[in-house]
Design a protein around this ligand. Sequence first.
Ligand code: NAD
Length: 291
Amino acid sequence: MVDTVGVVGAGQMGNGIAHVSAVAGLNVVLSDVSMEQAQAGLGVVEQNLMRQVGKGVISAEEMEAALGRITLADNLSAHKNCDLVIEAATENEQIKTSIFKELCPHLKSSALLASNTSSISITRLAASTDRPEQFMGVHFMNPVPVMKLVELIPGIATSKETQERFTQFTDNLGKVTAVSEDFPAFIVNRILMPMINEAIYTLYEGVGSVDCIDKAMRLGANHPMGPLQLADFIGLDTCLSIMQVLYEGLGDSKYRPCPLLVKYVEAGWLGRKTKRGFYDYRVEGEPVPTR
Ligand code: NAD
């Protein structure tokens, strides 16, 4: 039985995973590189829980109880009593493997380990740990408290028992799962990210403005969000990393990341999280297109 969950990385995904786990009655250890980062993640959890209370999804008592189940940390040894640890740090293979190297010696031998990576090979990440058979890709969608789906990605060594235990865990969180084979970017991002990259090419080639591209896809294809709005929401650094994994992993030029996406990331314009991307969020009211 999973009783205590560890989450490494308190960014938009990590804090969402901590949120849904705590609401489901699990104890959570949420860590990041510093207490400030971990605290910022908890601040977001608090805001999102308050929103749920406002909408009547949970009661004020349930919110307090959930917050009381989350412990913060700035080091990986804090996960020593966890039954399951989910890595949700920056989408960068080196960062992830160095986390696993440092984390594994602290874990119980029975502990399950997962990565929330959007695209990186689960088999390769698993091989960097001391427990490939207890390792799996568990890919939550953004925003975690709202989105129903979790993609489950077994690596080549993942045992049947591990798959069953992770399915039980995500069932307990009230999520619906789709199983994906371990190929670059799995199912959702294999399909979604080339569409977003193509929208950025459309902007780069001057076919349409930010406003027209997003409006066209919202009203013409009935998407709830335009692709550039969605890219800002995901984080442009994450979008670029996923395109690079697709491009390198599948060796097909159709996945070449758009040079304009690279330029935005080089500028540090990463979308909502840095308050500027394809839109500028620093102003009051409606976000302003940057092109
Ligand atoms: P983010 O930039 O919001 O957060 C990343 C966090 O990781 C930051 O708080 C950072 O301080 C922390 N971090 C970096 N190095 C660390 C280390 N060595 N130890 C501990 N923490 C560290 O990113 P995010 O959007 O939350 O993405 C996290 C993961 O989730 C990525 O693998 C991403 O691909 C995946 N993901 C993202 C989305 C999305 O829509 N953004 C959706 C599904 C999955």
